[in-house]
Design a protein. Sequence first.
Length: 332
Amino acid sequence: MAILATLKDTITSLGLSGVCTPEKAQGKNFSLFKENANFPSLDALQDACPALPRVRDIQKWIDGGFKEFTREWGSAIEGVFSPFLKFLVWTEQIMVAAPWWLMMVVLLGISYGLTRRVGLTIGVAAALYAIGFFGMWDDAMRTLSFIFVCTLICVTVGIPIGVWMSRSDRVRSTVTPILDVLQTMPSFVYLIPVIMLFGIGKVPGAIAVIAYAISPVIRLTDLGIRLVDREVLEAADAYGATPMQKLMGVQIPLALPNIMAGVNQTIMMALAMVVIASMVAVRGLGINVLEAVTNQYLAMGLFNGLAVVAFAIIFDRVTKHAITASQAHVRE
């Protein structure tokens, strides 16, 4: 409070009262004291100098600006994301409409192909059978299709950005703070702007998941390429390799364990957003968990929650063994 009093006295002594206090506010009594004011916030400074905006004025300006942007460009942005929505719907329809035994064969084939472990493949089969026996197969396939598309977008966009970061310290210093914000921002905050643009549905849920989950694959791709031994790169240069040949034939293969670790973390973070995405009507296991929480259905929440856990364990174990296989390939 003493600081604010000094500020007000300084403004008066410098003859800036007229600048700080507009004519329409000259007759008002601006108190520097507020109830439970523990920090001299912008609102308290506005009491000393009414020309300064209050916090709520800044918030109104931001909200109003985004609403105007939504009215002006919302339809155009929806048109741009229309192919993305069609891809989400198409993927879900395929996985839900496909016979359960065919999806089982495909998923088990992928598990065995990535890990070459019979025991792990049997465990995956047991988990999938349990999900089906408890009547959650269709919702599980919806969740799987949603995670598949989001992870595919994260990998397709994230790896090139990670490569770009590894080649330029300036790009890295620019992108890293953005990744810090994306990774630490509360999950619900992602939903606010996309709901205002797209309403509820698959697209806002997918954008929120991608924004939250893309950071690990970018960071670990950058890290993996930077950790490639300089002597190996010098040898590639000595053999006359072009930058693209060096990237595709040396750097990415040697960085593959790190890249796969990034994919693993991206999948885990995407799964963590399943329930959050269900709040904008993304169908699947998450919306059942949300319904169970809302209506206090313990059994429903427990079964669907365990199904999400089963998916998380499957993805984690399969990708970790794929990382181990890629490390063995690199050593060879």
